[in-house]
Design a protein around this ligand. Structure first.
Ligand code: PLP
Length: 434
């Protein structure tokens, strides 16, 4: 075979022929599905490239500023590029936005005023937002500032509870927050189409409600984004999909002029808004990461689907399942066995380019009621667009797996995780002979 044998590389990294063959067969059956993922990434690549060309991204845009950061050509151009890709009037894309939670908190706190009500029509939001909203008492929460919160859960079958959403909307309802990804819950992730249906329903009842989407983990998984189907704003983290693995920090808010303006005055200061905020040396990574983001997201999606197919075939329950359509990059695998969960995470860690020699151990993490295990050998600390896995050590012993900057690495990580389960005698080699 052209003088090289791919298995040699795997063998050198501790993979047995049985594990390799089992995984290889599953991968071959997935090729038609991977072709469709490549088509979406091709479409999104043209969208991002088109925006960069139309905004005249130039070499001088990569330089950056210091101090106040007035007239930062690169920063202002990057924000135009984001606005063009998300089809919004404006965008705020900054290294001063420290993470996804910060971006969401900023968007909410700047667009709500005392006396307003915030509504989540899709159930409980992401854990860290509980303190932002004040669901769990917290200093500086929206609740402390007199912003109330109401929530309508999804129906048992995952559908929107339209009847109770209608009842929940009142004359104080100012902003609706819709979380696209399931995050670490068991509900289905929302497709862009479903988000559009929900927004139409809400705007029919009260047209001036501002609809914001927590877009974390969803960017570029589909040809359309929530702002293409009526969302007033999308918000996310640059150490997930849109940073393309290169952004070492940052968050974005893309939306209507007013929404973004409010956020900018809050991020910096009333009167200053978007005009200040030096980009320092970060712009090459922000531009290049965004340029790579459609491909990197596709790689992570392939990894998630590959993992679902492998572990489903071995009899574990996986969410989403092996054939479902995908709207984010997160894959859950339920092991019902703490040792299996730990072995899985070890395999992911041992496959990493950084810290591969480290053995992950369950540890007590602030805010959790059980030990948590994490596998992360990333170039950017905590980056979850890079191959990573984590989960709480409690029944049903589910691990959440995401990322992979390249498909080849995501593939190896999953193969390595299975090898670890085989080495620990949790999976019998006999089960691989199908
Ligand atoms: C990751 C995530 C967040 C929070 O982002 P951090 O960068 O971890 O603060 C919020 N919502 C969803 C759906 C996420 O996946």
């Amino acid at each position: 075979m052209n003088g090289f044998n791919i298995f040699d590389g795997y063998k050198d990294r501790g993979i047995s022929p049985e594990v390799y063959e089992f995984c290889e067969k599953i991968w071959k059956d997935l090729k038609p599905r991977f072709d469709m993922i490549d088509e979406v990434s091709e479409y999104n690549q043209m969208k991002v490239l088109g925006a960069m060309q139309e905004c005249n991204v130039a070499e001088s845009c990569l330089l950056g500023t210091t101090g106040y950061g007035y007239n930062d050509l690169g920063r202002d151009t990057l924000e135009k590029v984001y606005a063009k890709v998300f089809h919004t009037e404006d965008a705020l894309v900054r290294p001063q936005i420290t993470c996804g939670t910060h971006a969401l908190a900023l968007a909410l706190m700047s667009n709500l005023r005392p006396g307003d009500e915030l509504l989540s029509p899709v159930g409980k939001p992401y854990d860290t937002l509980e303190e932002v909203i004040g669901i769990r008492p917290s200093k500086g929460s929206l609740k402390e500032y007199g912003v109330t919160y109401s929530q309508v859960d999804l129906l048992e079958n995952g559908d929107f509870d339209y009847e109770n959403i209608k009842k929940a909307i009142n004359d104080r309802t100012k902003l609706v927050t819709i979380q696209r990804s399931k995050g670490y819950q068991t509900r289905p992730t929302l497709s862009v189409k479903r988000i559009g249906e929900l927004i139409s329903f809400i705007k029919n009842i009260k047209p001036d409600i501002v609809c914001m989407v927590d877009n974390c983990y969803g960017e570029f998984t589909e040809p359309l984004e929530p702002t293409d189907v009526g969302a007033d704003a999308v918000v996310g983290s640059l150490i997930k999909n849109p940073g393309g693995g290169l952004a070492p920090i940052g968050g974005y808010i893309a939306g209507t002029k007013e929404f973004v303006e409010n956020a900018a005055y809050r991020l910096t200061s009333p009167g200053l808004g978007k005009e200040v905020g030096a980009s320092l040396g970060i712009l090459p990574q922000f531009f290049q990461g965004f340029f790579l983001a459609p491909t990197v997201t596709a790689n992570a999606l392939k990894g998630a689907i590959f993992a679902a197919n492998i572990y489903e075939k071995l009899g574990f329950s996986v969410l989403p399942n092996s054939t479902e359509s995908r709207h984010d990059i997160i894959q859950a695998v339920t092991f019902n066995n703490p040792d299996a969960m730990i072995a899985f995470c070890k395999g992911i860690q041992f496959a990493a380019p950084v810290d591969s020699f480290v053995t992950p151990e369950p540890w007590d993490m602030p805010g959790y009621d059980s030990k948590v295990i994490m596998a992360a050998g990333a170039f950017v600390s905590g980056s979850s667009i890079e191959l990573s896995a984590d989960g709480p050590i409690k029944p049903p012993y589910s691990v959440y797996f995401q990322g992979g900057l390249t498909w080849q690495h995501a593939k190896f990580g999953i193969i390595r995780s299975l090898q670890e389960l085989v080495n620990s005698r949790i999976v019998d080699t006999g089960n691989l002979l199908c």
